[in-house]
Design a protein around this ligand. Structure first.
Ligand SMILES: [Fe+2]
Length: 453
């Protein structure tokens, strides 16, 4: 099957189908690596992970072994973890602080700026030996936005800022929201897990609003039990404002240029800064104090968007930015094989967050989205069942048409169509001409949610 035939997209008829070979084909898997992952901006790390000189994190980004490191000169760099002599890894630990690295093979030594500092038996190389040309190499493009560092293996790619510009407004809301609490920091520790499924169905799952009652009933029951135990009036297990068809109309899905997309909804229980009825009076007061500081700093409208709205953003192709009542986290989804994914996930917290709010955030995060939580294993099961179902090759197409004929709500699939259209455009070699919009019908161009509705 040719790439051009993999998607049936007929907006006027409300038809959107994806051919299931896109989830199983080894040939397409290789094409994705070459045509998508070698050309798109890929997240590497957050500046708060490498605060001290020499602090580093070892990362694998589109199969390349990388070191994300702050040099003794204070500069953050991304270096290939590959000795310029014969290729062996120079960094052996996932994280640490070092003045430099020594290759395990022939003991070439590099400082924490990546410079070749020592070669065993240098006399053996003669006078023209150019040490500077043998410093550790960096990916062709390394750029950052609001503390998030990305790489691009295509030297001709558009700038990171331009690439993410369609969703910058939303990223800024989250990033600014911790300004009154000292800014965000990544919590040390990484959640890592694997799922026997194609990477694109975890992308879909990560911003699929409507599998919650069918897949996550166990978690909803648990939250309901907790709220009843705390004698909460009108229990609302998920804290989401989107409980029925009329309130769902106040939510929205969005899709933008470059294949980014996600959904937005009002929610309570946001640690910044919309308190849950479960929290004690004192905690609620602290949350409202933070909110009043946000209003003073950013004005009422913007502060309300920051604090009352949960937002999920997928930065194409594989980086999820989740700011919800269950916390704020980054999730990255790596294709390992057509039917295997590695997931890495980090939680972010405001530096000066009050302890009980921090605890509430962590409890949510571990109980819901951690690999041993009450949600992630259920998602993994659903995804693995899909992947097994794809073996029924005669059932060729998946349907992703929900919400094509109405202004897209969070429980619709606009964001997924945006992803698939961009995926398709890259495979066809024409990434600037992805059709993204059944966007914004009736909602204007802003990505904000209407809080007065
Ligand atoms: Fe889920």
């Amino acid at each position: 099957m040719q790439p051009s035939e993999l998607i049936i997209d007929r907006p006027d008829e409300g038809v959107f189908r994806v051919h299931r070979s896109s989830m199983t084909s080894h040939d397409l898997f290789e094409q994705e690596r070459a045509k998508i992952f070698d050309h798109c901006w890929l997240y590497v790390g957050h500046e708060s992970e490498v605060q001290k000189p020499g602090e580093y994190r070892r990362r694998t980004v589109a199969d390349r072994p990388l070191i994300f490191i702050r040099g003794s000169d204070g500069q953050i760099r991304v270096l290939y973890n590959s000795c310029t002599h014969r290729g062996a890894s120079v960094c052996q630990q996932d994280e640490g602080q070092a003045t430099g690295f020594t290759c395990i093979y022939h003991a070439w030594r590099f400082n924490n700026k990546g410079e070749l500092a020592g070669v065993s038996d240098q006399e053996g190389y003669g006078d023209n030996f150019n040490k500077a040309a043998l410093n550790l190499k960096s990916p062709p493009r390394v750029e950052h936005y609001r503390g998030m560092y990305f790489v691009n293996y295509d030297s001709g790619a558009e700038s990171l800022e331009s690439y993410i510009s369609p969703v910058r407004e939303l990223i800024d809301l989250t990033m600014d929201s911790a300004e009154v609490l000292g800014g965000w920091r990544i919590l040390s520790g990484t959640a890592k897990y694997s799922i026997k499924a194609n990477w694109k169905i975890l992308i879909e799952n990560s911003y699929d609003g409507y599998h919650l009652p069918s897949v996550h009933q166990t978690y909803i029951d648990y939250l309901m039990w907790r709220q009843k135990k705390a004698s909460v009036q009108n229990p609302n297990p998920t804290g989401s404002d989107a409980r029925d068809s009329s309130s769902l109309k106040r939510t929205r899905a969005y899709a933008t240029k470059n294949g980014h997309g996600g959904f937005l909804y009002r929610a309570e229980g946001r640690a910044i800064a919309n308190p849950s009825p479960l929290w004690p009076e004192e905690t609620r007061r602290e949350v409202l104090r933070v909110k009043s500081e946000l209003i003073a700093k950013f004005g009422e409208q913007r502060a309300r968007q920051m604090s009352e709205v949960s937002r999920t953003i997928c930065i194409f192709p594989n980086f999820l930015f989740q700011d919800s009542q269950t916390g704020f986290r980054f999730r990255q989804i790596w294709p390992v094989a057509p039917d295997m994914i590695d997931v890495v996930q980090w939680d972010l917290v405001p530096r000066n967050e009050q302890q009980d709010l921090f605890d509430a955030r962590m409890e949510y995060s571990l109980a819901f989205l951690g690999p041993g939580g009450l949600a992630t294993p259920d998602d993994a099961e659903a995804l693995e069942q899909c992947q097994r179902g794809f073996a029924a090759r005669e059932v060729e197409w998946s349907d992703i048409s929900r919400g094509m004929k109405r202004p897209a709500q969070m429980n619709d699939e606009l964001q997924m169509r945006s992803f698939w259209r961009q995926w398709h455009a890259w495979l066809k070699g024409d990434p600037k001409n992805a059709f993204t919009d059944d966007i914004d019908r009736g909602a204007g161009n802003s990505l904000l949610i209407n809080l007065e509705a």
